[in-house]
Design a protein around this ligand. Structure first.
Ligand code: G4P
Ligand code: NA
Ligand code: NA
Length: 190
């Protein structure tokens, strides 16, 4: 997605050879028209997959997931990182965070994801894929099926890309970074 790659190059920057800061349009301040365009790209790619639910993890995945779900005309579920006191019957999974070097629980109200649901998973970043693995676990517990994975930005040089594609999932990354050297990006498709 050209506008996104342009935003990454002009409004984002690598703080080291691994971590890309995009607070200006995605992770803190949100560029709503850019995110809306992301929703359109995901919609066009996944619209014929019979999707019944869009699933993301709070918090930065919510905006692009919303922009996609509203077009698909299906509900959006955001997986929680802390269990709300109002949750009645939660399912849990564990996620290992490389950036924080610790494991944290994620949870979902069982009622919202059921056997037969066809899920499109959307997230802001694909790095090591640990958040995706936790989500996969929750979706398996629900006996639902992942039919697509949409990532706004993937760092294809980390483990997540290979994990998802080797399992045969339909993965669309709107901006795919093949590598970074001296803070200069090499795009996977150029
Ligand atoms: P993984 O899920 O792919 O294994 O990655 P990891 O545990 O390392 O990621 C933890 C958090 O860091 C996630 O956000 C993820 O989206 C984010 N992240 C990973 N790589 C980058 C990067 O290069 N730049 C930025 N800005 N974020 C990155 P989170 O903690 O779940 O927070 P939230 O933003 O969704 O609330
Ligand atoms: Na995220
Ligand atoms: Na994030």
């Amino acid at each position: 997605m050209k506008a996104l790659k342009n935003a990454i190059e002009t409004r984002g920057h690598f703080i080291n050879d691994e971590v890309l800061k995009v607070d200006a349009f995605l992770n803190h301040q949100i560029d709503c028209s850019l995110v809306d365009e992301m929703g359109n790209e995901f919609y066009e790619h996944f619209k014929n997959k019979g999707i019944t639910k869009v699933v993301t993890i709070e918090s930065s995945g919510i905006a692009p997931a919303y922009a996609t779900a509203i077009r698909l005309n299906v509900p959006l579920i955001f997986i929680k990182k802390t269990q709300p006191s109002t949750m009645i019957d939660p399912a849990f999974a564990e996620v290992f965070s490389f950036t924080k070097n610790k494991t944290y629980p994620i949870c979902i109200e069982k009622e919202y994801l059921k056997k037969g649901d066809k899920v499109l998973f959307i997230d802001d970043f694909l790095a090591n894929g640990e958040a995706f693995k936790g989500t996969e676990n929750l979706i398996a517990q629900a006996q639902a099926e992942i039919v697509g994975v949409g990532m706004v930005i993937e760092k294809a040089f980390q483990k997540g890309h290979a994990y998802i594609t080797e399992k045969g999932y339909d993965l669309l990354a709107l901006a795919s970074i093949a590598g970074v050297k001296n803070k200069k990006i090499t795009w996977a498709d150029e």
